[in-house]
Ligand binder design. Sequence first.
Ligand code: B12
Length: 321
Amino acid sequence: MDPTGDLLLEAPADGGLTTGAVARLLGVAPTTLRSWDRRYGIGPAAREDGRHRRWSGADIAALRNMCALTSAGLPPAEAARTVLAGTSRAGTSDAPAGPRSGQVSRAPGPLPVGRARQECRGLARAAVRLDAPAMDELLTAVLDRYGLPVAWDEVMMPALHAVGHKWETAGERYIEVEHLLSWHVSGALRGVADRPPAPGAGLALLACAPGETHTLALEALAATLAQQALPVRMFGAAVPAGALEDAVRRTGPAAVVLWAQSRGTASRSLVDRLDAIEWGVRGARRRSVVCVAGPGWAGRQLPGARHLTGLAHAVDVLATL
Ligand code: B12
């Protein structure tokens, strides 16, 4: 493995990566790479048939530098001058060399996504740089290319786990990264086209337990169900118990999914109360199947509830219900 690591894995036999591949690798929008080339000459030495850019290892090392300097807050023009002057070649990792002026705070180091998919590593890099356009471009691309649940399980979730781990281990830094990444993951999931619900399909009511503000996994579930024409009512974060009971009585869902990210919000009594709700005419009373989801319920015995263990598992269970 050479110092830029990824290249050996991805360099096509005929030498040099395409702009798209480099964009995914570095988590930068292809439009950004083209404009850096056009405006500042930060471009590939070679072009296939004189037209298509082909980026060599050295070209990509220069781009990594450009990414590091711009994410430290240096304007692209100044960063390009530095890169072209070759002064920052030493700082080729994601940890930026930082501007001379010192008034801009340094971007934190990379997220530990390990050997996750290339797109996940690109997303993690864009998140650390607070590069919203690159995150949007990447998230839309993986949803188009892989769909759900793969885009959630193999790109969004590992990046979220990595930022959570960093938050926990790096003295509560990365909060800005966590918030921006959450916002763009949420936006991408809400952008997933839904199909008109299949007639007669049972309704799934999704809600976070009272006090619980971690909504992303439920947003991934809502998007996946909607993509499969299964009707959903998503109530979002921290739904008070009374309101949730009213929602169940008013909508009569086939299933209720209650998300708890931590034990503190995993309320057993609420599960029992939801499980006890009946509606419909005498002799034909109906009840919802109560499902619990999220690490908050791990290891809990809840006779009246189904444990959903993952996105694909949840969709399978709800589709049958
Ligand atoms: C994004 C995030 C936030 C965002 C939430 C934004 C939003 N709209 O959801 C914000 C910034 C608001 C936030 C706030 C806080 N957070 Co937070 N957050 C996270 C983060 C990074 C991702 C959460 C997430 O979406 N997880 C869902 C998936 C990605 O992870 P998972 O649940 O582990 O997935 C497993 C299963 O649930 C299942 N699964 C995965 N996807 C799906 C989908 C379905 C449908 C199903 C059924 C199952 C399933 O499979 C996975 C493997 O087992 C986590 C880190 C982490 N490890 O999750 C911290 C984390 C959950 N947060 C944490 C904390 C402490 C907080 C705060 C208290 C911090 C603070 N002091 O303010 C607040 C509290 C908020 C509250 N009261 O609820 C801690 C919780 C620790 C604990 N005791 O449980 C974590 C673990 C960070 C850490 N490493 O310590 N957070």
